[in-house]
Design a protein around this ligand. Structure first.
Ligand code: KG4
Ligand code: ZN
Length: 345
C-alpha cells in the first residue's frame, strides 16, 4: 500500500464518534475515540443537533490526546471525513482540520467515510489482493464494492432500505436491548437457538441487493403476538442468523461473479463474531482470501480516515480551505449487475 511519506493526522466526526488518530504508513501511532453512545441511548438513535454539540466539546481534547500518544511532533498532513454524514457533525471535524492545517502549514485532504472503511483492513495488517469484493456493513450503509485496484471502486449491490446495522439496532430496540444494539444482540444470541424463530431472508430475486425492513417487521409481529412468552435469546440468535445468512450468501455470490480474489468485511457490523466466522468459512469454500480489520477498526475511527487520506495524498491529491461537507455522496458508480449475472450462468 502506497502511503504518504510523513505522519498523517486523521479526524472523524461524521456521526456519533469523535475520533483522532496519527498514522505512519499503515502503522497506527494513536487512535483516540470518544463515543457519544450513552448520550443518544435515551432517544434510541442519534440526535443530529446533540451530536454536533458533543463533537464541539470533545474535538480538541481528543486531538490533543492523539498527538500526545503518537509523540512524533507536528504531523505532515491532515485527513478529515467531509462526506457523507450529519452535516453539523461533519462541520466540526472539517473546521478543526482546516484550522490545524492553517496553523501548522500542512496539507489537508477530505476523505469519503466509506473509503476509510474500505481501507481499514490494511491498518496494522497485510493488504488484500486485487480485485477484491469489499462488504461494507455499518449503521448507515450496506454495500458490496468491487475494488479493482487501489482507489478504483464499483458498486455491485447495496440495500434498498435499512442498513445491516439498522436491522441489528431496530431489532435490539424491539427486544429491549438498548442502543446501539448490534453488540447487545450478539451477546444475547450466545445462549440462543438460531432456528427457533423462522425469520425472512428477503430479495431472493436480486442476487446482490439487500432488504432488511421486512425482517424488522417480522420481529415486531412476533413480539406483538407472543408478548412475554418470547424467548429473547432465541429471537436475538434467530435475528442475527437471518442477517448473517443473507450477507454471506449474497457476498459470496458477488465475489464469484466478479472473479474477486478476496472478500473483505468492514464497518461496525464487521465486529460481529458470527458474521466474521461465517464469511471466513464461505470465502474458504469458494477459494478466495478473507480479510477483516481488528475489532477497534470496525466501528467508526479516525485511523481508517488517516489511512485513506494518506493513500490519496501519496497520489498527489489535496484539498484547499474551500473544502465542503456533504450529507450524501455516492461512493462508487454501480456496475451493470444484470450483465454480471448473465455471464455467470
Ligand atoms: O461503522 P459504524 O461504527 O458507524 C456507521 O458508519 O454507521 O457502525 C455502527 C453499527 C451499529 O449499527 C452497531 O449496532 C453495529 O455497527 N455493530 C454491531 C456490532 N458492533 C457494532 N452489529 C453487530 N454485531 C456487533 N458486534
Ligand atoms: Zn462508519
Amino acid at each position: 500500500m502506497n502511503c504518504y511519506d510523513a505522519p498523517v493526522l486523521g479526524i472523524e466526526t461524521s456521526c456519533d464518534e469523535t475520533s483522532c488518530a496519527v498514522l505512519n504508513g499503515t502503522t497506527v501511532l494513536s487512535n483516540v475515540v470518544s463515543s457519544q453512545a450513552a448520550l443518544h441511548e435515551k432517544w434510541g438513535g442519534v440526535v443530529p443537533e446533540a451530536a454536533a454539540r458533543a463533537h464541539v466539546e470533545s474535538i480538541l481534547p481528543v486531538v490533543d490526546e492523539a498527538i500526545k500518544i503518537a509523540n512524533v511532533g507536528t504531523p505532515g498532513a491532515i485527513a478529515v471525513t467531509n462526506r457523507p454524514g450529519l452535516v453539523g457533525a461533519l462541520s466540526v471535524g472539517v473546521t478543526a482540520a482546516k484550522a490545524l492545517s492553517m496553523a501548522w502549514q500542512i496539507r489537508l485532504i477530505g476523505v469519503h467515510h466509506l473509503e476509510g472503511h474500505v481501507m481499514s483492513t490494511s491498518l496494522e495488517g497485510s493488504s488484500p489482493p486485487y480485485p477484491h469484493l469489499c462488504v461494507i456493513v455499518s449503521g448507515g450503509h450496506t454495500e458490496l464494492i468491487l475494488v479493482s485496484k487501489s482507489c478504483k471502486y464499483r458498486q455491485v449491490g447495496g440495500t434498498i432500505d435499512d442498513a445491516a446495522g439498522e436491522a441489528f439496532d431496530k431489532g435490539a430496540r424491539l427486544l429491549g436491548l438498548g442502543y446501539p444494539g448490534g453488540q447487545a444482540v450478539q451477546e444475547m444470541a450466545r445462549s440462543g437457538d438460531p432456528n427457533r424463530y423462522d425469520l425472512p431472508r428477503a430479495l431472493k430475486s436480486k442476487p446482490y441487493d439487500f432488504s432488511f425492513s421486512g425482517l424488522k417487521t417480522a420481529v415486531l409481529r412476533l413480539v406483538e403476538r407472543e408478548g412475554k412468552a418470547i424467548n429473547v435469546s432465541d429471537l436475538a440468535a434467530s435475528l442475527q442468523e437471518a442477517i448473517v445468512d443473507v450477507l454471506v450468501e449474497k457476498s459470496t455470490r458477488a465475489a464469484e461473479d466478479t472473479s474477486a480474489t478476496a472478500i473483505t468485511l468492514v464497518g461496525g457490523v464487521a465486529a460481529n463474531e458470527r458474521l466474521r466466522e461465517q464469511m471466513k468459512s464461505a470465502a474458504e469454500r469458494i477459494g478466495v482470501g478473507f480479510f477483516a480489520p481488528p475489532l477497534q477498526f470496525c466501528t467508526d475511527n479516525a485511523a481508517m480516515i488517516a489511512l485513506a487520506g494518506s493513500v490519496r495524498l501519496a497520489l498527489g491529491e489535496r484539498d484547499g480551505f474551500e473544502l465542503e461537507v456533504s450529507a450524501n455522496e455516492r461512493f462508487a458508480e454501480p456496475i451493470d449487475a444484470d450483465a454480471l449475472r448473465d455471464t455467470s450462468v
